[in-house]
Ligand binder design. Structure first.
Ligand code: ACO
Length: 323
């Protein structure tokens, strides 16, 4: 059977670093509070003239180089983002143009912080059915553009960045030893919109809007929802949670990462954490964490990975990939 294998991973973070102390100069907060409640020490911020597609292109180039593929071979681009350059065309179509890829499939997926897990699962529907031979799945965000810089409950939490993977069809035996996406679980509960949303939009007030969040409520749902999705994705893949080599969570808050690990009995040494350096980069955080784990040599080919996320919607989900 055909499987969707991740054959290359790339990441990109904008140059400018904003520390907690930098934020404390204009908002009523402190480095100590942010570190203690979230684990965040700093975040990256895109330059004024740097649209999210530029971040996506930089990450995509690194992913293609790692996979040994060229832009001419890319026949599908799926971008998970909630902060597009324009209302349309999609960021994926803009990335296709900027990379110089041939005519192919290109579209965006909007599931906020769960976007990368959703996008990878959607891409699987094409790649594992032989509809794409070389797909780019990208999570890219400029979350700092959605911040209300007077709201200390949200503006300290987010950062900008992009991560990308190349996905290609590979022959598998239909067992859990196969390389590729082995299983996933996707969820949404639109009734919980008020917990986390942006108060602007094209067909409402015509504004970009600002991110609004009832942080403690989101926190309460996060550990329970993510844990359920992790168990469901592992069951879908036919593996045990204990068999997983690396957990690559969406990086929202160190306390959420630890809460999920504790609830599921996962050794914290198996959890990749980048939240201290990147903060919450929404759909970009999982591929960025994957990129970091591969780049520093911790994550190796053949290992079993479990990625999970929760975000606005509420949406949440998890997927199991053998690298
Ligand atoms: N600095 C100092 N004090 C602050 C700050 C800040 N940056 N932010 C809030 N506080 C204060 C509050 O005003 C409150 O003060 P009060 O007690 O005098 O009223 C106090 O700290 C406690 O506030 P809580 O909101 O209850 O603090 P909590 O411990 O819940 O931490 C946080 C807040 C960090 C936002 C946490 O709730 C959280 O991480 N939630 C989850 C967020 C998340 O995971 N989002 C993921 C999805 S994001 C997406 O999908 C786009």
């Amino acid at each position: 059977m055909l499987r969707s294998a991740v054959t290359g991973v790339g990441g990109y973070l904008p140059e400018q670093i904003v520390t907690n102390d930098d934020l404390a100069k204009f908002v009523d907060t402190s480095d100590a509070w942010i570190r203690e409640r979230t684990g965040i020490r700093q975040r990256h911020k895109a330059a004024e003239d740097q649209p999210v597609s530029d971040l996506a292109v930089a990450a995509a180039k690194r992913a293609l180089a790692a996979a040994g593929r060229t832009v001419d071979e890319v026949d599908m681009i799926v971008v998970a983002t909630t902060t597009p350059d324009l209302t349309f065309p999609s960021v994926a179509a803009i990335v296709q143009r900027k990379l110089g890829c041939p005519v192919g499939i290109a579209f965006d997926v909007q599931a906020v912080c769960s976007g990368f897990v959703y996008a990878l699962s959607v891409a699987d529907g094409f790649v594992a059915r032989n509809r794409s031979q070389c797909a780019l799945v990208i999570g890219a965000e400029t979350m700092t553009r959605l911040m209300d810089w007077t709201d200390r409950g949200t503006c300290v939490l987010f950062g900008d960045g992009a991560g990308a993977v190349v996905v290609e069809p590979v022959e598998g035996e239909g067992t859990t030893a196969d390389r590729g996406l082995l299983g996933f679980a996707l969820r949404a509960d639109g009734a919980k919109q008020d917990l986390l949303y942006v108060d602007g939009g094209v067909s409402t007030n015509g504004q970009i809007g600002h991110l609004r969040m009832q942080g403690n409520q989101v926190f309460r749902h996060a550990v329970v929802n993510i844990s359920e999705a992790v168990v469901a994705a592992a069951a879908d893949a036919g593996v045990n949670v204990a068999d997983v080599d690396w957990f690559i969570p969406h990086q929202a808050n160190q306390r959420i990462l630890e809460g999920v690990a504790k609830r599921l009995g996962i050794d914290s040494a198996k959890v990749i954490s980048t939240v201290a350096k990147h903060a919450n980069t929404s759909a970009a955080s999982i591929p960025l964490a994957l990129y970091e784990g591969i780049s520093d040599g911790r994550i190796k080919p053949g290992q079993l990975l479990l990625m999970e996320a929760m975000g606005g919607g509420l949406t949440w989900g998890a997927c199991v990939v053998r690298l």
